[in-house]
Design a binder for this molecule. Structure first.
Ligand code: SAH
Ligand code: SF4
Ligand code: F3S
Length: 443
């Protein structure tokens, strides 16, 4: 009997990487490899990495160290590293030196090369390092192994042209490129026909969709087209940049029946001085104006954000402006980050770096404030009935199901897995800071 060969992929970072992992998995499946949940027993181990903050990179490096022993026990094992970390200049050499048991390295622009690189290793046993300097054409119709049958990630743009001064993404994901509406609609049509009811449209800055086409097609137009697709129930998008969130987009979302009322608008900082140094392209005032416009048209909008503390030169006064903005907007939730110096970005060279001690103290104060507000907002869900798309068992309690509201709030409630993939009404009985607990209503 021939044993089927297996692969194990560990994904770090954002949904871009999650989506790339589905394509990597699709290609490996086509080569005859089967997915394995056991790293110890796999024939190929791939790490799809992130480098947005130092912490993400350190995690990968330490995991790689742990694989050395496995490789010495099983010389046929192929250990590969790909994704944003590898795309950085010089990083493939650093990885090869610090972890010579890694024999396969490729970047973000050439994931389609995976089958060839694996074949080369199998044939020659020579390490394969292939990192492209620039993005090539968008590759359509690559095989893909979707994680879920009812909810899917769909790329609409690749890369980023914004060059926020702290951010490494434009350097590792290349220039902004939009996929044609035809390819996007065809992909979603096919998935909807196969039972997918929710899509997440992906881009580093979705609202600059279409700027590279030379015609008038923009993100709002794309949303209108996706809204028409039969069978689809929910449309989400990630991430939208506050600078380009047009009035047309706000009214298109208000008119659409399927686009969710969740607005994730990363503000990063509350001080104009810092926003300018970050090259964000909006002011505190214009951000607040945008939030007001959204709330005028969407009375029950769920608004979330990303915030960085300790950007170079951030004074206590600047930080207080961030706290004050949080009070003023009252975000439903926020991802907060300690500024992490990324080599090659402009901000890495800025003087007046903030000490780690101050950064830690600020993020603590910020989180305390955000959590309190989240809790207060969630309290208003008490005894309300919300529609929940059931995603699976709760991670902490297998007797419970976990799902998402239209506004992307996590709801936990008792139920069996036959409801996974369905939208069910749930009455909220116990609102908490990060989750809402409830009971399913009769359907
Ligand atoms: N394209 C998205 C964000 C991608 S990165 C956008 O512009 O909104 C996700 C988040 O990571 C960012 O919003 C930012 O808050 C954070 N981030 C990016 N670079 C960082 C750095 N060097 N240090 C700390 N946080 C960072
Ligand atoms: Fe990074 Fe800014 Fe681009 Fe987002 S918009 S990926 S934060 S450079
Ligand atoms: Fe990380 Fe790359 Fe995404 S750096 S956040 S995985 S685009």
């Amino acid at each position: 009997m021939i044993m089927q060969k297996t692969y194990y992929i560990q994904t770090f970072g954002c949904q871009m990487n999650e989506r790339d992992t589905e394509v990597l998995a699709g290609m490996l499946k086509k080569m005859g490899y089967q997915k394995s949940d056991d790293l110890q027993k796999s024939d190929i181990i791939l790490f799809n990495t992130c480098c947005v903050r130092e912490k993400a990179e350190n995690k990968v490096l330490s995991y790689l160290g742990e694989l050395k022993e496995l490789k010495s026990k099983n010389p046929d094992l192929i250990i590969g590293v790909c994704g944003c970390m590898v795309q950085q200049k010089g990083m493939s050499d650093i990885i090869r030196k610090s972890a010579p048991h890694v024999e396969l390295l490729f970047g973000t622009h050439n994931i389609h090369e995976l089958p060839d690189l694996v074949e080369n290793i199998l044939a020659s046993r020579n390490p394969q390092v292939s990192v492209w300097d620039s993005e090539g054409e968008i590759k359509e119709n690559l095989p893909s192994e979707r994680q879920l049958s009812f909810k899917s990630l769909v790329n609409i743009t690749y890369g980023c042209n914004n060059f926020c001064t702290y951010c490494i993404v434009p350097y590792v994901r290349g220039r902004e490129r939009s996929r044609s509406p035809e390819h996007i609609i065809e992909e979603i049509n096919n998935m909807a026909a196969a039972g997918v009811i929710e899509v997440m449209l992906l881009g580093q800055n979705v609202n600059s969709y279409g700027k590279d086409f030379g015609d008038q097609t923009d993100f709002a137009d794309l949303l209108k087209m996706v809204n028409e697709i039969e069978g689809l129930r929910r449309i989400r998008y990630m991430t939208s940049h506050p600078r380009d969130f047009s009035d047309k987009l706000i009214s298109t979302i208000a008119k659409s029946t399927k686009v969710c009322g969740h607005f994730h608008l990363p503000v990063q900082a509350g001080s104009n001085e810092i926003l300018k140094k970050m090259n964000r392209g909006y002011t505190r005032e214009s951000y607040l104006e945008l939030i007001k416009k959204i709330r005028d048209k969407h009375t029950d909008a769920v608004i979330t954000t990303d915030i960085i503390v300790g950007f170079p030169g951030e004074t206590e006064e600047d930080f207080l402006e961030t706290l004050n903005l949080v009070e003023e907007v009252r975000f439903d939730g926020a991802f907060t980050f300690i500024y992490s110096t990324r080599t090659g970005t402009p901000a890495a060279k800025y003087k007046e770096q903030v000490s780690l001690e101050i950064k830690k103290e600020r993020i603590q104060r910020l989180n305390n404030r955000i959590n309190l507000i989240s809790h207060e907002i969630n309290e208003q869900y008490m005894n309300k009935i919300v529609d929940v798309l059931v995603e699976g068992e709760s991670k902490t309690n297998s007797q419970m199901l976990s799902g998402k509201t239209n506004g992307n709030k996590t709801v936990i409630f008792p139920g069996d897995i036959s409801y996974v993939g369905k939208i069910v009404p749930v009455i909220i009985t116990e609102p908490q800071t990060w989750i809402l607990k409830g009971k399913m209503q009769e359907i």
